[in-house]
Design a protein around this ligand. Structure first.
Ligand SMILES: *Cc1c(COP(=O)(O)O)cnc(C)c1O
Length: 395
């Protein structure tokens, strides 16, 4: 899919790779970007080729030049053997779980997982005869104590959704692989640019492309990459569901890919600047950002990750809910809404206590999750400064 020679492709840096992956201008009449390929029917030239399905493209659900381009680019960037696409990040999670779990299995899901992941396990997988056990995200190699003869997969997510625990993924992977247990990672926060999942032992890595791959809050997409051990099984599962994203969404994802590292590095810089500023605020009890030396997972983060993105949480000193509402309601630059990874700053209040089962969430004050966008940092601080003033006045 890329016209780079194998030696060049071997040695190029990640930014060069993002520019070239999944793109061959010779095949596009010289145009830089591939157009969206739309289509269901693919014609076969002869009776024989139809009977044998002996051509690269056979039907709309089985792949198009658009899906090939994004899949091959993501495979290259992730250090994977195979990638399949999905219409949303959650669909990608479902696909990965359905690839590795079967009736009668016991599966281990981190207590810090994205809430809809739990809902999928607690409804669909439960109905299919799969027993889910939630585990403390701080477990590393000790995860073996939870293994049963029928344990088939461990799902990790680091940092944890909203709560930002860092997991020892290499240690969990080593333990799991001794028993051929599949390790699935939701790698959305770090992306393969800050955490190369398969190099760290992950078998199936999920990315909600909705976030940093899109980068513009106008796209929903999921990706699952697999190592050699799981590539066939993943493709087979994908083919059974045929949950294909649309060609325009793939087009937007490929466009986002080219600038993803620049945006991520900027998100990191902006996120850290805001995290440090929050640390200095008297209203803030704690900042949950793994790149801060005071974070309990900092040492593992430093060992395994090469960067941090622009999403983190803070804990406020105890105040009434109305004070938090007064703070958030008047914000002019921070929008309130779900998802993240776009160019604009966002904030949401959250409380993990209502759904956690293996660990207790008791941070000692109201919790807010921030997505830091590309605005001028001083403007963001001014907006929050006024927000903290409203908060103090409402106490
Ligand atoms: C947003 C998100 C998802 C789901 O992505 P959608 O495209 O919104 O379905 C999955 N995992 C994590 C960690 C997320 O933040």
């Amino acid at each position: 899919m890329s016209k780079l020679t194998p030696p060049t492709r071997q040695k190029i840096g990640s930014r060069t790779r993002l520019v070239h992956a999944g793109r061959d201008t010779d095949e596009q009449h010289g145009f830089i970007n591939m157009p969206p390929w739309r289509g269901s029917t693919v014609l076969y030239p002869t009776y024989e080729s139809l009977s044998a399905r002996s051509q690269r493209y056979t039907y709309g659900t089985k792949g198009t030049p658009s899906t090939d381009a994004l899949e091959s680019a993501w495979t290259e960037i992730s250090g994977a053997a195979q990638t399949v696409l999905a219409p949303t990040g959650l669909a990608a999670i479902a696909l990965a779980l359905m690839t590795a779990a079967k009736a009668g299995d016991h599966i281990l899901i981190t207590d810090s997982a994205y809430l809809p992941t739990r809902q999928f396990c607690n409804t669909i997988l439960l109905r299919m005869g799969v027993e889910t056990e939630y585990y403390d995200p701080c477990l590393g190699a000790e995860i073996t104590t939870l293994f049963r003869p029928n344990t088939s997969l461990v799902l990790v997510e680091a940092p944890g959704s909203q709560s930002f625990e860092i997991q020892d993924i290499p240690a969990i992977s080593r333990a799991a692989h001794e028993r051929d247990i599949c390790v699935i990672a939701d790698n959305t926060w770090a992306t393969p640019l800050f955490f190369p999942p398969h190099e760290r032992g992950v078998d199936l890595a999920i990315e909600a492309g909705t976030k940093y791959l899109s980068g513009h809050s106008d796209l929903m997409l999921g990706l699952v990459s697999a190592n050699e051990r799981w590539r066939k099984r993943l493709r087979e599962t994908y083919d059974c569901f045929a949950m294909c994203p649309g060609p325009e969404d793939i087009f937007l994802a490929l466009r986002g890919l080219r600038s993803m590292e620049l945006r991520l590095r900027e998100a990191e810089r902006q996120g850290l600047a805001m995290a440090h500023w929050f640390l200095s605020r008297p209203e803030v009890k704690d900042v949950l950002h793994p790149a801060l030396p005071g974070h309990p997972g900092h040492a593992i983060w430093k060992r395994d990750f090469s960067g941090s993105s622009g999403l983190f949480s803070i804990i406020l000193h105890p105040v009434p809910e109305a004070a938090v509402a007064a703070m958030l309601n008047g914000l002019e630059l921070f929008g309130m809404g779900y998802s993240w990874g776009g160019f604009e700053s966002l904030v949401i209040p959250f409380n993990c206590a209502s759904y956690r089962t293996a660990t207790r969430w008791n941070p000692g004050g109201p919790a807010l999750r921030f997505q830091i966008g590309l605005e001028n940092i001083e403007d963001l601080k001014d907006d929050l400064d006024r927000g903290f003033e409203r908060l103090r006045n409402a106490v």
